[in-house]
Design a protein around this ligand. Structure first.
Ligand code: PLP
Length: 421
């Protein structure tokens, strides 16, 4: 059973200062999970998690992860700017971008970030934009389909990312000729895997590639970046990943492939987003309408602008009606937002306790790719982000958008000058 990390009583208090809807994050959960990840890979001397900023781009959250020893994975100018402002620099930053503008390579190079090239043609592009650094990473795409056992997980052959194996070999040679001395390998082959075999299988592929690259180019491989993709169980019936088993699986592959090749100094990096934050954030909304037509509807004061995954992917997000945790799920509802889009539904045909107007609805697992994917369609404003601190207090970590924010991009002219708000 999924249990919210806040109670109705706490939310009753919070709304006196911060009205719903809001995203709330659980500091304790974030820290404990980050420590566990570190422990799972403690066998590897250089291990480091580079948190994927795009999952939860909030400086207060980045600060917490920084305190837990994490770096950041960026892929845009503003993510680099945010990370710099929080105090990440040099080897704290992995720049894993694609279709990268020259200015972003320049910024990443100025910060001394690890640059992860998404394509062979980016070698010359980077050289022109910022020069070739001593340490550089290339993103690998093995093509075909990626499967675990008999189960096809994803389709790298269809993905826009990375270099082919032949290109990896040529890229390392070319980069060495241009002065690069240390190399990284990166790949992201499947998203939201709830399966302890993903990282170990990926590690095997990348470790074997590392040995081959070393043999063919004599490049020094200093790190292997397993990137993101460790998932979380959005549905209550799924077992969460066991990070200790995952870490041990990667260790076994390391012992089997890298150590015999004399490559026992390779650091393992990760770029997890969802796994680091997903379960430790929730969207809290209030039920403001009920509607009885061909189906039963509950309307919330939140909408897909606050959490897009259900509308975009039909993704399941578990829902708890706060204060009714122990009541039987006797009512079948569609739980919706207010967008003029019929896919603006947080849940379809969901069995829940009877919902009354004014009930608080806790939407689980919104901590990663939640607020971050928000948008302003229908003129909807993005919600606040709050932090439930370890001492039980609540801190505002991003205020809610106002109409001023929404109209701010017309501030170059006076067409809205008479607007009253
Ligand atoms: C999105 C992304 C991640 C994080 O993915 P999760 O599924 O959140 O773990 C890591 N690296 C890169 C390059 C990404 O694009």
């Amino acid at each position: 059973m999924k249990k919210p990390f806040v109670t109705k009583k706490q939310v009753d208090e919070i709304v006196k200062t911060y009205p719903t809807p809001f995203h709330i994050y659980d500091e304790k959960g974030i820290r404990e999970n980050a420590r566990k990840l570190k422990e799972a890979f403690s066998w590897n001397k250089g291990f480091r998690e580079y948190f994927a900023v795009k999952a939860t781009p909030n400086p207060f959250i980045l600060k917490i992860l920084q305190e837990e020893g994490c770096g950041v994975d960026c892929s845009s100018m503003t993510e680099l700017m945010l990370s710099e402002a929080v105090g990440f620099k040099g080897s704290d930053i992995m720049f894993s971008s694609n279709v990268t503008p020259a200015g972003e390579y320049k910024k990443a190079a100025e910060l001394g970030a690890y640059i992860n090239l998404d394509d062979y043609t980016h070698i010359e592009f980077l050289e022109e934009a910022a020069g070739i650094p001593e340490t550089i990473c290339c993103r690998y795409n093995p093509g075909g389909v990626f499967s675990l056992g008999t189960h096809i997980m994803d389709n790298p052959g269809d993905a826009k990312y990375g270099l082919t194996k032949e290109q990896m070999i040529d890229a390392y040679k070319k980069l060495m000729a241009k002065g690069a001395k240390n190399f990284g390998i990166h790949a992201f082959l499947a998203s939201n895997t709830v399966n302890n075999d993903y990282y170990p299988t990926l590690a095997n592929i990348l470790f074997e590639l590392a040995v081959e690259l070393k043999e063919k180019t004599s490049a020094h491989i200093s790190f292997i970046n397993l990137s993101g993709g460790i998932g979380i169980p959005y549905t209550p019936d799924k077992e969460p990943n066991d990070i200790m088993i995952i870490g041990e699986g990667v260790r076994k592959a390391y012992e089997k492939v890298l150590v015999p090749a004399g490559m026992d100094d390779v650091a393992i990096f990760t770029e997890l987003g969802r796994y680091m934050l997903g379960p430790y954030g929730g969207l809290v909304a209030t039920a403001i309408h009920e509607k009885h037509i061909y189906k039963e509807y509950i309307g919330l004061d939140a909408c897909a602008a606050n959490l897009m995954r259900p509308a975009m992917y039909g993704a399941y997000h578990h829902i708890t009606v706060l204060g009714k945790e122990n009541e039987p799920c006797t009512h079948k509802y569609d739980v919706t937002g207010s967008l003029c889009e019929n896919n603006d539904k947080f849940a379809v045909d969901r069995m829940l306790p009877k919902i009354d107007m004014g009930d608080y609805i806790f939407i689980h697992d919104a901590g990663a790719h939640g607020y971050a994917m928000g948008y302003n369609y229908n003129g909807k404003l993005k919600s606040a982000e709050l932090l439930l601190k370890e001492d039980g207090s609540v801190q505002l970590i991003r205020r809610a958008e106002t109409a001023h924010d929404y109209f701010a991009t017309f501030d170059f002219c006076d067409i809205l000058k008479d607007m009253k708000y």
